[in-house]
Design a protein around this ligand. Sequence first.
Ligand code: ZN
Length: 605
Amino acid sequence: MAKAQALPLRKDVPVPLTWDLTTVYKNDDAFETDFSFIQDQIKVISQLAGTLENSADALLKATDLYLDLNRKLEKVYVYAQLKNDQDTSENKYQAMFSRVEALAAKFAAAVSWFDPELLKLTETQMKQYYQTAPKLTNYKRLFDQTFKQRGHILSNDVEAVLAGAGDIFSSGEKTFGILDNTDLPFPVVTDDNGNQVQLSQGVYGILLESTNQKVRKQAFQKLYEVYGQFQHTLAATLTTNVKNHNFKATVRNYHSALEAALAANEVPTNVYENLIEVVNKHLDLLHRYVALRKRILNLDELHMYDLYTSLIGKKSPKYSFDQSKKIALEALQVMGPDYVNHVKEAFGNRWIDVVENRYKRSGGYSSGTYDTNPFILLNWKDNLDNLYTLIHETGHSMHSYYATHNQPYQYGDYSIFVAEIASTTNENILTDYLLDKFKDDTAMKKVILNYYLDGFKGTVFRQTQFAEFEQYIHEQDAKGQPLTADFLDKYYKHLNAKYYGDAVISDDEIGLEWSRIPHFYYNFYVYQYATGFAAASTLADGITSGSADHVEKYLNFLKSGSSDTPTNVMKKAGVDMTKPDYLEHAFEIFERRLNEFEKLTETES
Ligand SMILES: [Zn+2]
């Protein structure tokens, strides 16, 4: 509570450190004009139901209106959301945001007929349509994305039943969420300073970074004591979720839940399979890094709760926001003048909401739409982590900028599969820049290498471990294996031991980790963190080598938006994510830096 008292009120934050939302709407009245327009047009678009089979012009008219309304809806949504996020205590914008959410739901209902009607048009009909109304070819890829679902869409009656049962299908996830966020009774534990603190997921993360092993151990044991008591309930909620995915995959004629989930984003399953295979091939590198941890921390026994504390002590270098902007701009010089100029625009023209104020939404993100700047929300603190956050979110914003300025509205966004690539490419460029900048400063070099190695461990190894677990439990359920707590514990403990190797003591508690990971309810989502970071490592390596060709290809990827499938868009950047090479390249970089870190830390002791 003391912390909240010290934060400034929104009205006291210096204007240059806030984002300029008047570039979205001059004032709230301008927002209301668009809001009313959408409200009126929703009635018009719902009346177009049943017209798509009439003529090419009817399809064109409906698609044009659909996209125009969607575009305006996104703009009012972003305005209300950002206004609300900057100060969530302000009633006016809370209300504005709820109104926009209701409007979005109304719009979705008003156009729910569109896809089913489009799917009724045959290939021959579409050919004729494209000839009669050539403007329709601008939307060909958009239509094709829907047509890809042919063969997986069921009869109207069955679709209606599935849609109506949506809430029931998601009950596993919902029950987990309520239990995990609200009902689980976490005990009080001792923190670094000897204070008694209420354990929670957030506090757990902080305590595991403590330099005091006793603090880490107690947090670990107390947390898993709680999950252990509820493991049978948690196995049941996870089972319900897995059965939901497997059931839908079967009725929709997919070979597996994995195939169904990836098809939604047009990603072939070999992207997933390659990841697991190549990461398994290189687990020896993680074993080496973990063994090095044990030596540096000088521990007789290394446990899973010893994997998050810094290897170079407590001190993080301090960087102010102004210094961080300067460093980011210097690091990003390798991207060429065009990219750098747009970053300057972001830094200089109030695209960023910098400081933490009372009731501001926590964390950091990049958000915007086709007709707005790609804004960035931060809660600034002067440390290395925030410098990385700044360059990460700048990567997202530049991706949005290039996509919206080079594609028509319908292709001006990008797939979730490639979303974390632009952001983590920037992080990798920063790492490379800082390692070079501090090449004669051993202490700083160790800080940067430690940051990179821990990031790679958490993003590539850990997320792939999750991905492997997710695939396994879906396959086992499909085979008829009951997913009991005992079965899940045993497999998870085995998997964890395989990933971290012999240097780590396998405590029983870690077998329970599956029970507390919300991502296992996301439906094959986490692998994208790992594939994204690996692709980004490869891209950044090419860009920092100083090759103009690499930069040009990279900018072409940013400019492509969603104009092609995500794997084809990545091919433009020079990375074929359907092949294992980019993963191998990422591990080469990891190994090189691990060697360097080993050398630096061992010559010392
Ligand atoms: Zn991100």
